[in-house]
Design a binder for this molecule. Sequence first.
Ligand SMILES: [Zn+2]
Length: 383
Amino acid sequence: MPIDEYLLSGSILCGEDFDVVEGYICIRDGMIAEICEEPGRVDALAHGIILPAFVNAHTHLGDSVLKDPEITDIASLVRPPDGLKHRVLRATSTHDLVHAMRASICDMTATGTCAFADFREGGLLGVLALMRAIEAASTSGCAGAVDAVILGRPGEGKGNGEDGYDGVDEIDSILELAGGIGISSTNDYESGVAAAIAGRTRRQGGVFAIHAGEPDSTDIRDALELNPNLLIHLTHASREDLRGVAEENIPVVVCIRSNLVTRIGIPPVKEMLAAGLLVAAGTDNVMFNSVDIFSEMRFLSSLCQIDEGQVLRICTRAGALALGLDCGVIESGMDARVTVLNKDSYNLTGAKNILRSVVRRARAADIVFCSGDTGVGTGARMR
Ligand SMILES: [Zn+2]
């Protein structure tokens, strides 16, 4: 039975600055109704450190069928149409693909994530498979409430159609089900095709997202010319590139663990923030990494010389803003997507600086409660 109203108490990381409030929050019908400063235990459903649930702003869940390939060069692993992942996906049955993606969705919610944006390869059928996986995760009870932003990917298409591209019907059919289109790199498409995909997607009201600046910087200018709604990586962006992105107000998703696994470098997160960019985080390909955002936070904190508040914002509110979601911050009136950690776990006991401890050392084993557990809003909301 869904619980319509309940309290959570303890040390609450409130607002955009994650100010620690000792007290409780009242959650009503899936919304944060009230935040009260009142130290001491109240009759709450859970007690501990209360933080916004994570937003994983970039995944490739299809890779869940390929957990541990040997890491060679990135192009031979992921580049369409014949990189290893694409060959494996072509050889995988829909049943096995759905089953593998469902497990990753369950793993996301088990590690404190309430929303994700997935680049789903495989055209319309690929999108349908992900929808089945989300539904399966939800009905099996492991996923609680999870928001999914699905960004489908049409085939490369050929010339002669609208805008010199014959894949517009496929884009239209994907956009009837998905929130947008997500493509690899302009370098992977024949001249004019990426622009035609971007143009059609925008005209149909979809989100257009694209990888840029991952193995090198050669595709960044071309990607910017497509006026995307979301840029993934920018690992090799120069300061001038970042100024250009800031002028266009395009959110960026960094994937630091993925970049380390593929040995392409460390994203210039500090410089991105200094340029005024909205920076979110994603775990990228499941073939490289787990979908665990706690782990992402530790790497961002250790390698990017940014403070803990910036790290937690990248992994919560910034992702929500980049994806147009109403979560990622603990404030009255927001969706109650929160996680509670056991303040007395072996790992967290004695923590003095709550924010620092959450970012630098907390892990999924510390979780005692996820708002999705209550059954309120159960069932994936897909867009
Ligand atoms: Zn990616």
